[in-house]
Design a binder for this molecule. Structure first.
Ligand code: HEM
Length: 505
């Protein structure tokens, strides 16, 4: 009761227009919550999180991993429910529940993502049809011919990018590597026209960041045109127009290229699907690939032993392919075949695998679109029809039984005869598992490797503050408050110095 009195008093203290708007929103919120109340009553759904207020779970939006960890800790058997906006969400954990989450048909990631993204539309039908077609195109982008044809772009772009950093610089690696990874993702699953044009590259890159953030109000009222939603619509519209113009011009000029855009044109896909495929791929690159690359470089900067091992590996490959003392690094690396890139950097790969165990320790979502309640593994619970299901990836990635001392960054976990995580069902989820593994793993990993090799071969680097003063100690924590990769809690900076003499950069 006290909370109601407090709310009324607070509303009274507001100006008249603010009072009217806030009262309306409050009424909508209460209405929305009560009209969905039946969902939590679904028989056999796991019990509601005790901390649950009638207004849902604001903290799930702001500090998702902590919210899920608290819910799991208070649940007697590792499964619980909560209300989030208009959604009833079931959180599953443990090996059997994880397996049924990863492998059950009828649990749809696209529809789940749309609900948490605060989408205007129920896009489950749209995603079902369009995603199937996009998925086929993404798979073609991971085949040898596409990768081999475009490999030289990855090396050239990475070389140009690191050169622009100069002899000595302080960089924000998330921003600096972010722009490069954005460019490389366009090389692999976007439009070369954007990757080739520095201005267009920067202006379109700027659109993506706000597209990911969904304030709670967007999820609460998917139909309400909030400023953040209007900003997203405007962003998507601009991207769609840019992509459509590029396709039109290419067709009018009768020119062809070797990118995914060309595959979409040749397949005669309509302009909406073309944009959906490119924007979807680039979004994943902007968030997942960027953070994987950046976090790994930062972990190397703070683990000198591993940096030395990776550097020795990179130097060894460069030395093996060098034709003369004065040959530039980029010329040497341009001669590496796809197979070389995929097999000769085993130590670097193990550091990337370990970094992704951390960057992808957030949550994955599904919506039950099967038309019936679905049993959760060997538990007594179900995911009700229409409800969302969430699996906190930390359930596997931070499980002491699978990864001893899970908070320690230790790439040697994957260099043993039986790599940690591989002997437990769905024990490593960095690239997804079961019915929905990442279709882009091969080219996304190649992007991380090429960008990292060029950076490591060209620079000595260490963590520092914004002014360039060296810092020691752990990296910032990772905040998981959205789908996909997390992000660092605070800005990170790195001091880089060119290794000109050694590499003829
Ligand atoms: C380092 C970079 C990346 C990592 C670590 C990564 C990781 C993942 C993971 C963990 C999943 C499973 C999510 C789930 O279970 O719901 C996934 C799915 C997916 N990823 Fe990636 N990803 C990366 C980059 C990309 C890129 C660049 C694309 C661009 C095409 C992409 C496209 C997809 C798609 C379409 C799915 C959904 C698959 C499905 O629903 O069946 N990913 N990814």
């Amino acid at each position: 009761m006290a909370i109601v009195v407090d709310i009324v008093n607070w509303l009274r203290s507001q100006s008249k227009p603010a009072f009217a708007i806030e009262s309306l929103l409050l009424a909508l919120l209460v209405w929305r919550t009560f009209t969905r109340w039946h969902l939590q009553m679904a028989p056999n759904a796991p019990e509601l999180f005790k901390d649950q207020s009638i207004f849902g779970s604001l903290r799930f939006t702001t500090s998702r991993a902590e919210y899920l960890a608290e819910g799991l800790a208070q649940s007697p058997d590792g499964q619980f429910s909560f209300l989030h906006g208009g959604n009833h969400i079931v959180v599953v954990s443990g090996e059997a529940a994880r397996t049924s989450f990863q492998t059950s048909r009828g649990l749809d990631p696209g529809a789940g993502f749309a609900a948490l993204f605060g989408s205007f539309l129920d896009i489950s039908e749209l995603t079902k049809n369009s995603m199937r077609r996009c998925m086929l195109i993404y798979k073609r982008c991971t085949q040898d011919d596409h990768l081999t044809t475009n490999l030289h772009h990855l090396v050239h772009d990475s070389d140009s990018h690191v050169r622009q950093m100069g002899e000595r610089s302080v960089i924000n690696p998330l921003k600096s590597m972010g722009l490069l990874i954005y460019q490389l993702t366009h090389r692999m699953a976007g439009a070369h026209d954007i990757a080739n044009d520095p201005q267009l590259l920067r202006s379109t890159w700027a659109v993506y960041a706000p597209l990911e953030d969904s304030p709670y109000i967007d999820i609460l009222f998917p139909w309400l045109p909030t400023p953040s939603k209007l900003q997203k619509i405007w962003g998507y519209t601009k991207l769609h127009l840019t992509i459509s113009q590029i396709a039109k011009k290419r067709q009018a000029d009768g020119k062809a290229d070797t990118d995914m855009m060309q595959m979409l044109i040749d397949e005669d896909m309509n302009s909406m699907i073309r944009s959906l495929a490119i924007i979807g791929a680039v979004l994943a690159g902007v968030f997942n690939t960027t953070f994987a690359t950046t976090w790994n470089l930062c972990c190397l900067a703070t683990n000198p032993d591993w940096l030395e091992r990776v550097r020795a590996e990179v130097n060894g490959v460069v030395a093996e392919h060098r034709l003369s003392e004065t040959e530039p690094l980029v010329d040497i690396l341009q001669r590496l075949s796809l197979r070389d890139w995929e097999t000769k950097f085993g130590v670097l790969q193990s550091t990337i695998t370990e970094s992704i165990r951390f960057t992808m320790a957030g949550a994955v979502v599904r919506k039950n679109i099967s038309g019936k309640d679905m049993k959760i593994g060997n538990t007594r619970y179900v995911i009700p029809n229409g409800s969302l299901a969430i699996h906190a990836t930390a359930d596997a990635h931070m499980d002491e039984g699978i990864y001893p001392e899970p908070l320690r960054w230790d790439p040697s976990r994957y260099t043993k005869d039986v790599p940690q995580g591989s002997d437990v069902p769905h024990g490593y989820l960095g690239w997804g598992s079961g019915n929905h593994p990442c279709p882009a793993q091969r080219f996304a990993e190649l992007n991380v490797v090429v960008a990292s090799v060029l950076f490591i071969a060209s620079y000595d680097f260490e963590m520092c503050d914004e002014a360039g003063v060296s810092t020691v100690g752990p990296l910032p924590g990772i905040l998981y408050n959205r789908m996909g990769a997390g992000r660092p809690e605070t800005d990170m900076y790195m001091k880089c110095e060119l290794r000109r003499a050694e590499q003829n950069v």
